[in-house]
Structure formats: C-alpha cells, structure tokens
Design a protein around this ligand. Sequence first.
Ligand SMILES: Cc1cc2nc3c(=O)[nH]c(=O)nc-3n(C[C@H](O)[C@H](O)[C@H](O)COP(=O)(O)OP(=O)(O)OC[C@H]3O[C@@H](n4cnc5c(N)ncnc54)[C@H](O)[C@@H]3O)c2cc1C
Length: 204
Amino acid sequence: MPADQQPVTRTYTVRAIDRAAGQLTLDFVTHGDTGYAGPWAMAAQPGDVAVIRGPGGAYAPAADVDWHLLAGDLSAMPAIAAALEALPSSAKGVALLEVESEADVLDLTAPEGVEVSWLVNPDTDDVAFLARAVDAAAWPTEAAKGAVQVFAHGERESIKAVRKVLKQREVPREAISISGYWARGRTEDAFQAEKRTPVGKIED
Ligand SMILES: Cc1cc2nc3c(=O)[nH]c(=O)nc-3n(C[C@H](O)[C@H](O)[C@H](O)COP(=O)(O)OP(=O)(O)OC[C@H]3O[C@@H](n4cnc5c(N)ncnc54)[C@H](O)[C@@H]3O)c2cc1C
C-alpha cells in the first residue's frame, strides 16, 4: 500500500505461543486513553479482531552463558518473562523490572539461580533509576568473570542510561541486546521516526 494509506501499526512481543491450541499470548501495558494499542487492549472483548504481522527479533538467551542480566520496564516484561522461561534450569543471573506501582508486579517463572527483582519507581522523571539498579546488581567478580549476556529494553531514555553502565562495565557489545521499546511523550510512529535522529539513538 502507498505509505499514506498504510494502517497504524504497533509492536508487541510474543509472550507465549501454543501451536496445538492455536493460541498466541500478548501482554499489553495500558497507559491511559492515549494511543491505539493500549486503549484497544483495555477495551478488548472476546471476538475482537487484530491483524498481526511478524514475528521479527533475533534475541534468545544463550545456554552457555555464566551470568544473565535482564533489565527493563513493563513493556519489556513479556520478553523478559519469555526469556526467563527459556533459560536452562542451571542458569544464573538477575532480572530487574522497573514498574511504577506495586500493582504492576507479576509472578514470573525463573530458574532458581536467577533472582527476579521488581523495582517500584513512581517518579517517571527519574530516568536513571533502572541504570542504578543495573550498576548495583551482583555482577560476577573480576576473578569469576565468564561470559555475560545482557538483555535491556524499555523506555528510551532509561535504556540510554543503562547503556552507559554497560559501557563502564565493559560488557562486549555482541553480548548485549539493547534498544528502546517506546519513548515518553512520543507515539510509536514518532519514536520510530526519531531513530534516524540523534535523540533517538542508543549509544553503540
Ligand atoms: C520490539 C518491541 C516489543 C514490544 N513489546 C511490547 C509488549 O509486549 N507489550 C507492551 O505493552 N509494549 C511493548 N512494546 C512497546 C509498545 O510498542 C509501545 O508502548 C507502543 O507505543 C504502544 O502503542 P500505543 O498505541 O498504546 O501508544 P502510542 O500511540 O504509541 O503512544 C501514545 C502515548 O502513550 C505513551 N506510551 C506508549 N507506551 C507506553 C508505555 N508502555 N507506558 C507509558 N506510556 C506509554 C507514549 O509515550 C505516547 O505519549 C514493544 C516495543 C518494541 C519496539
């Protein structure tokens, strides 16, 4: 279709898929009455129709990694939850989930050696909150340092701050999956368009 006739699209994570049952599970953050997908999900009824295209994305947790760090906000929770379920039972690491309120906390399944922490931050202006938690995580000591894998996604400014910490900790770029999933005050269309401008870029 010509660009000006294409429908509005939004990007969501496959939280789970049951091919036998023909069931696809998506988890939507609802964030008031702005936008398309959040309000749609809030009002969705059995029988409503959604047109789905995909999937994309390449990340999968590696089995041969000594320590996993998964960090994000509620928009990345479906991806983090799916990754935790895909990890081998012997996996070690931490999952740090930033949420605005206690009401956002969910019960996730994770290997025994992966500590899941829900971090409540009602101050949405404090974009360095998640980065501070990443920095304060129980990183393997220098001596015990083996292969580390990082998955960090969420609000763009918060993820930029996390990227700085990963740089300081000298995590190799190829061991990191990192990106903004959305940006405060931007629709997804504006957020995607800004990726081509300085404000939209996460440092490499
Ligand atoms: C690869 C990828 C996977 C994603 N997976 C998921 C997922 O599984 N579940 C999920 O909920 N989101 C996910 N997201 C984020 C989702 O695409 C965005 O939040 C999207 O902007 C929501 O569209 P909307 O129509 O509800 O709001 P938009 O029309 O895009 O935005 C309207 C307003 O709402 C604000 N807004 C948008 N998202 C949020 C939010 N999460 N919290 C608070 N305010 C917000 C915007 O800043 C804007 O001001 C993913 C994004 C990417 C790139």
